[in-house]
Design a protein around this ligand. Structure first.
Ligand SMILES: Cc1cc2nc3c(=O)[nH]c(=O)nc-3n(C[C@H](O)[C@H](O)[C@H](O)COP(=O)(O)O)c2cc1C
Length: 217
């Protein structure tokens, strides 16, 4: 990290800790506050600010959670990419609801998102897939994500087989791989403050607008 990025990170850190958030002045729209906070996390030079926990539950309500990378967000929601036959994807097929958690400890910030989940279009997944490094594309073809695997060697053999199959030209989108979008119904912003009197501001979707409330920490 250069001296300038280090100084920027320290300034952002200072801003995060000294400034609380108020239900009276926050943006009407949680996506715009999310964009501000995400920008601050990037400016602060945090490692993987786009890393988030994605929690799902199956039809019996059995929860499971894992880390994922946020690849896109906007007024429509939060997008991540994965294998459509993985455990999380099977959970989402049975129960299309998820919760996301972002945690940026250096800024004392946490964001929680809850909402309905849908698959994004094949065109959108294909457009993203084309931007991935070739090795990651072959990796996606090679992995039967979340299934049991006899040995590391078997996985590496599958990788070599797909490398041969796609030895030239564009690698197509695997039919079992793509994006999910979490369409938020609820987004909560947590800002650490002194004496554990943290700020918690929760947005809840109500038709075309968002209800904004402060919660006890
Ligand atoms: C920081 C981090 C980021 C990850 N990002 C992704 C991702 O974007 N997509 C993905 O399928 N798995 C990602 N993984 C792997 C998942 O955590 C998980 O192991 C995998 O998706 C299988 O989860 P499942 O069996 O619950 O479906 C990531 C792991 C880590 C530690």
């Amino acid at each position: 990290m250069s001296i300038i990025s280090k100084m920027r990170a320290l300034i952002t850190l200072g801003e995060g800790m000294s400034r609380g958030i108020s239900e009276l002045t926050v943006s009407d729209d949680p996506l715009s506050l999310f964009a501000d906070w995400f920008e601050s996390a990037k400016r602060a030079g945090l490692a993987l600010p786009e890393a988030m926990t994605v929690a799902t539950a199956n039809a019996n309500g059995l929860p499971s959670a894992r880390m994922m990378l946020l690849k896109d967000f906007g007024s429509e929601g939060f997008v991540f990419y994965t294998n459509y036959e993985s455990r999380k994807a099977l959970d989402l097929q049975e129960n299309p609801q998820a919760a996301l958690v972002f945690h940026w400890p250096a800024l004392q910030r946490q964001i929680r998102v809850e909402g309905r989940v849908e698959r994004i279009s094949t065109e959108e997944s294909a457009a993203y897939f084309r931007t991935r490094p070739r090795g990651s594309c072959i990796g996606a073809w090679s992995s039967k994500q979340s299934s049991t695997l006899d040995s590391r060697a078997a996985l590496e053999q599958r990788f070599r087989d797909y490398e041969r199959r796609f030895d030239r030209g564009e690698i197509p989108l695997p039919p079992f791989w793509g994006g999910f979008r979490v369409i938020p119904d609820c987004v909560e912003f947590w800002q650490g403050r002194i004496n554990r009197l943290h700020d918690r501001i929760r947005y809840t979707r109500e038709g075309n607008h968002w209800r904004i409330e402060r919660l006890y920490p």
